[in-house]
Ligand binder design. Structure first.
Ligand code: ADP
Length: 538
């Protein structure tokens, strides 16, 4: 028997058209430091058409790569639609990569055009001479761009000279739409190529699975548009008609707080580091978070103390999400199950998340055997599904796959109802005397101390136990806490053999290009003798 259903392609274009027709009056706001510039979806749609025409006029055709080197703003959102919907491929570049990595990623991606913010021209200019495929730079803003040489056009000129209506092509849903490189926390960045179909299915999977925006939401998009497909929120927000509040470069706690107070978002999304900085700022300054109902926090484990601080001080609900660039990125969302009493809400939110419909997940031991979802068995989490990558651009990586499943490199447990608790990344877990210590759990326990601002734990060589934890701790200004105090604090929270005997007080935990703890850097610093380590018997 044949199906009677339409073979209707799953294209980003359909999401674009839906937002235009149904949510024409919703707005995209871009913060300028002292107010916002704003445009309705209807106007943004017209500019998306102009951008597509403008890029076509520059010779961009189906399959060509157009890169962005931008903060979060309206033009970046325009590129998120114009480029894939015209059949080209959007390559969002991480503005915080080291120059060698940046040049590598641009060349590997093969962009012909780079859309770049005027404020970021000096950063891109450092690698200009190494770029092998780029023909033109399209600069957003009218600041000096001479450092990029002759091949510069202005974004607004490109749009002004182009017609607003674009005849969007009928593409194959499997055609490439966008590419994003992993942020390289554990190695060199690797390119993931999303299709229209993967983005389309991710949009609806994420919306159904927990990123439930509505047309009464105002979404403050803090997660960079170059980090893991902006967590899919550009397409989810446009489809569901939430206003976009784009923070541009104003990501430090003070300007971010000013934007929140002025523009009154209902929801937002960012890595824990951003929220931690905001909460610390709130201890000295008056924060107006009264408009916020919930914030999505993901990309790294969310400490329970952060969930409590948001709820108790600001009445804001934390929604933890888990995923990775390779997963478009969403795989799990920590929403308490319906029958959980309100008193247990924080316990559920502190879990990594519940696997969302559309993602197939399994737990596998080191011998490749599948483990039960009993909340006890610990193994590697593996996933597959329509928005999970099956490989990498220009890179064979058989070690990342297992019989059609993506190996996430995350180790954890899964309970009978699909709630995941990640214990650690395989590369970060501390192997002490044949047993595992979760660096994530230790960090969360340490940061629960009121005088601790940040804590990162790494495994260091130990003659007796092979590896033992070294806790690198950032204290609140003026705090006089000692390793003995912190050990006592941990005694009530973790097994006694987990308690570190090595402590280092540092000014700040080094961060990766997307704001996660950079343990690679900490390990290297320790190996080179760059950390002052205090010993404290357990
Ligand atoms: P990178 O791998 O370079 O850091 P990604 O942003 O794709 O780039 O990171 C994905 C990884 O981030 C996951 O494999 C996982 O280790 C970690 N991660 C994401 N969300 C969470 C979370 N809620 N809890 C713990 N770890 C998380």
């Amino acid at each position: 028997m044949r199906t009677t259903m339409m073979d209707y392609p799953l294209l980003i274009t359909q999401i674009l058209e839906h937002g235009r027709k149904v949510h024409a009056d919703r707005e995209v706001l871009t913060w300028t430091g002292a107010g916002s510039r704003r445009a309705r979806f209807a106007e943004v749609y017209e500019r998306i058409g102009r951008l597509a025409n403008g890029l076509a006029g520059l010779g961009v055709g189906v399959g060509d790569r157009v890169a962005t080197f931008c903060w979060n703003h309206q033009e970046h959102l325009e590129a998120y639609f114009a480029v894939p919907c015209m059949g080209a491929v959007l390559h969002t570049l991480n503005i915080r990569l080291f120059p060698e990595q940046l040049a590598y990623v641009i060349n590997d991606g093969g962009a012909r055009i780079v859309i770049v913010d005027d404020s970021l021209v000096p950063v891109l200019a450092r690698v200009r001479d190494q770029l092998t495929t780029v023909e033109r730079f399209v600069v957003v803003g009218d600041g000096d761009a001479s450092a990029l040489g002759e091949a510069v056009l202005r974004y607004d000129d490109v749009l002004a000279q182009a017609a607003p209506a674009y005849d969007w092509p009928e593409l194959d849903e499997r055609a490439p739409a966008a590419m994003c490189y992993t942020s390289g926390t554990t190695g060199n960045p690797k390119g993931v190529v999303y299709s229209h179909r993967s983005n389309w299915t991710h949009t609806f999977g994420a919306a159904a699975g927990g990123l439930q925006l509505t047309d009464s939401d105002r979404l403050l998009l803090v997660v960079p548009q170059f980090h893991a497909n902006a967590w899919g929120l550009v397409y989810v927000g446009w489809a569901l008609g939430s206003d976009f509040l784009m923070p541009e470069r104003y990501l430090q706690p003070e300007p971010l707080a000013a934007m929140i107070a002025a523009e009154r978002p209902t929801t937002s999304a960012a890595v824990p580091t951003v929220w931690n900085a905001l909460l610390v700022h709130g201890e000295e300054a008056e924060l107006d978070l009264s408009s916020l109902q919930r914030v999505v926090v993901g990309g790294a484990a969310v400490p329970r103390s952060m969930i409590e601080a948001f709820e108790q001080r600001y009445d804001v609900e934390v929604v933890q999400g888990w995923g990775m660039t390779e997963m478009s990125p969403l795989g799990a969302v920590a929403t308490p199950p319906g029958d959980a009493p309100a008193s247990e809400s924080v316990d559920w939110r502190a879990k990594t998340g519940r696997v969302i419909a559309g993602v197939d997940l399994r737990l596998v031991d080191t011998g490749g055997r599948e483990l039960p979802w009993d909340g006890k068995a610990i193994g590697e989490i593996q996933v597959r599904g329509p928005w999970i990558t099956a490989g990498y651009h220009n890179a064979e990586s058989p070690e990342k796959f297992d019989d059609g499943w993506l190996r996430t490199g995350d180790v954890g447990v899964v309970d009978p109802r699909g709630f995941i608790q990640i214990v650690d990344r395989t590369k970060d877990v501390i192997k002490s005397g044949g047993e595992w210590i979760s660096s994530v759990d230790l960090e969360n326990a340490i940061i629960a101390h009121p005088d601790v601002v940040e804590a990162a734990v790494i495994g260091v060589a130990d003659p007796r136990w092979d590896e033992r934890p070294l806790a690198c701790v950032v204290l609140r200004a003026g705090a006089t806490v000692t390793p003995a105090d912190l050990s006592a604090h941990l005694r009530e929270r973790v097994a006694s053999w987990w308690i570190p005997e090595r402590w280092s007080f540092i000014d700040e935990v080094p961060k990766t290009s997307v704001g996660k703890f950079d343990k690679k850097v900490l390990r290297a610093r320790h190996e080179q003798g760059g950390l002052d380590v205090e010993e404290q018997a357990r």
